[in-house]
Write a protein that binds this ligand. Sequence first.
Ligand code: NAI
Ligand code: MG
Length: 488
Amino acid sequence: MNEKNLANSQLGALVYDPAPESASIARIKSSYGLFIDGAFTEASAHEHFVTLNPATEEVLATVSRASDADVDRAVRSARHAYEKVWSKTTGAERAKYLFRIARLIQERSRELAVVETLDNGKPIRESRDIDIPLAAAHFFYYAGWADKLDHAGYGASPQPLGVAGQIIPWNFPLLMAAWKLAPALAAGNTCVLKPAETTPLTALVLAEILEQAELPSGVVNIITGDGSTGAALVEHPGVDKIAFTGSTEVGRLIQQRVASSAKHLTLELGGKGANIVFEDAPIDEMIEGIIDGIFFNQGHVCCAGSRLLVQESIADEVLRRLVRRVEQLRVGDPMDKNTDVGAINSAAQLARIQELTAFGEREGATRYSSACTLPDKGYWFAPTVFADVAQSHRIAREEIFGPVLSVLTFRTPDEAVAKANNTNYGLACGVWSEKGSRTLWVAERLRAGVIWANTYNRFDPASPFGGVRESGFGREGGRQGLEAYLNV
Ligand code: NAI
Ligand code: MG
């Protein structure tokens, strides 16, 4: 052990040898077309953009930008497939395709994990152990529903909506594609999916998987592009349903555009989740839960526990231990299997995090940032905890969507509930206590779609997920997730 390593280990930061995952399995092509009517085709206007590896700023691939004409082609293809094929395919047959897609995702899981990490910047440990297995699990889960829709609680023979336009964000690219496609297909709809502009690659690998699964042409169309492509999909008269996950700002815009039409709509938007910790909670588990709640996926998580509400009697100890734990987080190469916190997804997102955290300091909060060494190239932000945060501070009100935790305190359960609910959002909360009765008392009073007890960021395809208020409406996952794609 050299001197620096010794100094580090005395500080509590264990030194690990590099354990890089190999990128060779990714086989990323230099350019990709649009996946329309079962084949990759060139964009009509021949417009392109590039997707980067945010950890290195290297260009990974050139991707097509779908124009209004391409959106129209994709929607027509989905309509044709709906009328001629998919609406006439039995639930049991649809299930076979979904099971096949799930198995192919598992077979190609290492490739998908590597592509996801390269394109998004998230640690390989997370894409390998969470994103990709959960994506497969969603297809398995909804495959099981495809021939049992009569028993889903929506009456006898519930009908699909038709063509679903699905717009997804960059924080969980393949997983969000699975959340959207699996229930839509199980319910008998056809789809036009638009991935986010900074992370289109795993959706394009998924298109190859759909070909491999011999899914009938046009049942799923995958078109890449930016907000204008998304807007064209929202506006298209041939779309029966829009499902959107992304920012509250764009969600609001989409809601206005759809309001004057007969389109169905579900929105899964931002959040400012409160993680509430009581003095009787087991402290070691709680510290890990707080860390996972905010630093998982660099904090690019709509349900992140970005506001810590800690009972005053334990606030000093919790803060001390949190700051120590943050120093131990390994920040850096997302392809290293020991990395805890990877790269920020884009320069724009980094700028937004920097702006909001600068505001936090200016408004009087106390900042603790990890002293970790950040790579020279790429987009990086040191894990940060803010203490002495007031409810009026921007860092307590706005979604930062980065590795930044705001710590507030409370004295009584009533105060904890009042502070947790003091937000326009309502996606997720966590409650930590040894006492079940207290947890239930608090959970009943929280205005949020998802509440975790003594854990955080747990996802399961059988469990419905979604928000209230400015976090959106509609549920994804579980039996409830079918409702968004059925005429009920
Ligand atoms: P965004 O909401 O602009 O992007 C999400 C998706 O919507 C992308 O596929 C994008 O191309 C598409 N889109 C953009 N404008 C559209 C329009 N007018 N019509 C239809 N589709 C459109 O999010 P962005 O700009 O990437 O991030 C901005 C902020 O939003 C982040 O800093 C974060 O706070 C929040 N955000 C929240 C997410 C969540 O899951 N809660 C996910 C992504 C972003
Ligand atoms: Mg990228």
